[in-house]
Design a protein around this ligand. Structure first.
Ligand SMILES: [Mn+2]
Length: 328
């Protein structure tokens, strides 16, 4: 059972609009398309959609924490009920909530695969912007750093440190992911590259590596790497900006040189096969689908592309489109 959980909040990114992501994904046919592949329930949204302008930074940060706190138990309950939660964002900071729920439900027996142009591994000490959507993995890994941040004013940094402590104490559990892998990186901050060195089990796959080896070989390597990590559960976090903006223009921090449409699908198709294989020690526990911003989009095509990607993850192939279709 796939359980759709909407989280319409976008206060922690560069621009607003991804709060409309859950609606855009539903209107692009997410529930109906997935229902042709598996059982689907749509549990609605965790918080009401608020279309007012965002308040000031400090108040927005408190709204963000409430959004994560509303999301985490929903994801945890979904996994404990044997469902596969599909969290529809919203900006990527919401993964703090979904990962908190997944870490609790799996008691820390979790690998995270981050499909994204960005690492989202900044801390308050390294973030160039102070935006929480660039920090969810650092929060999940409970990273802390007292070093000064030259990019943001001291007062803002002091506020950010307080918010960070709130996140670590009221959102994130004591468990941290056992392993983290990235696919599609092409815009990594120097502080994130430095933070990467402090993660014991990490595999960062850049666009350069994908170009060099081809996506199929890279996915072979990732499968072997995940199999050797001694984890039973995998959480996928798909930021649509992993895809090239030619295919997914409707997103807040688009970066040229991303995954092609087919490379993106091959990632989903390979994971589908891996999760279905009895020889793989790990299974899919849930996923995020974030940063779809219809206000930055053309004719909702980015949401449509995201729906197609989710269908590939749940078993749609070129020759065998839907459950019940004649097998090729
Ligand atoms: Mn991201």
């Amino acid at each position: 059972m796939i359980e759709l959980i909407g989280s319409p909040f976008d206060g922690c990114g560069r621009r607003t609009g991804s709060r409309l992501g859950p609606a855009a994904l539903r209107m692009a046919g997410m529930p109906e398309a997935l229902a042709r592949l598996d059982e689907v329930m749509d549990s609605g949204d965790t918080i009401p959609l608020d279309t007012h302008p965002l308040p000031g930074w400090a108040e927005t940060a408190q709204l963000a924490i409430r959004a994560y706190q509303a999301l985490a138990p929903r994801v945890e309950a979904s996994i404990r009920a044997g469902h596969i939660p599909l969290m529809m964002g919203g900006d990527h900071s919401l993964s703090m909530g979904s990962l908190a729920g997944a870490l609790r439900a799996t008691e820390g027996d979790l690998a995270v695969v981050w499909i994204d142009a960005h690492m989202d591994l900044n801390t308050p000490a390294t973030s160039p912007s102070g935006n929480l959507h660039g920090m969810p993995l650092a929060a999940a890994l409970r990273m802390m750093d007292d070093a000064p941040n030259p990019h943001i004013p001291d007062a803002r940094r002091a506020d950010l440190d307080i918010v960070w402590q709130q996140i670590l104490t009221t959102v994130m559990p004591e468990y941290t992911p056992k392993a983290v892998a990235w696919i599609g990186l092409r815009d990594v901050d120097p502080g994130e590259a430095a933070n990467l060195m402090n993660i014991p089990q990490a595999r960062a796959i850049t666009m350069q590596e994908i170009d060099d080896k081809s996506i199929g070989n890279v996915m072979d390597e990732l499968e072997a790497w995940l199999s050797a990590r001694n984890v039973k559960n995998v959480w996928l976090s798909f930021d649509v900006d992993a895809l090239d903006p030619i295919y997914a223009p409707g997103t807040g921090t688009a970066v040229r040189g991303g995954l092609t449409y087919r490379e993106g699908h091959l990632v989903a198709e390979r994971f589908c096969r891996q999760f279905a294989s009895s020889s793989n020690p790990y299974r899919l526990v849930g996923l995020d689908l974030v940063e779809v911003n219809p206000l930055a989009d053309m004719n909702n095509e980015t949401a449509a592309v995201a729906v197609e990607w989710a269908c590939s993850l749940f078993g749609r192939t070129v020759l065998h489109q839907y459950k019940g279709d004649a097998a090729p």
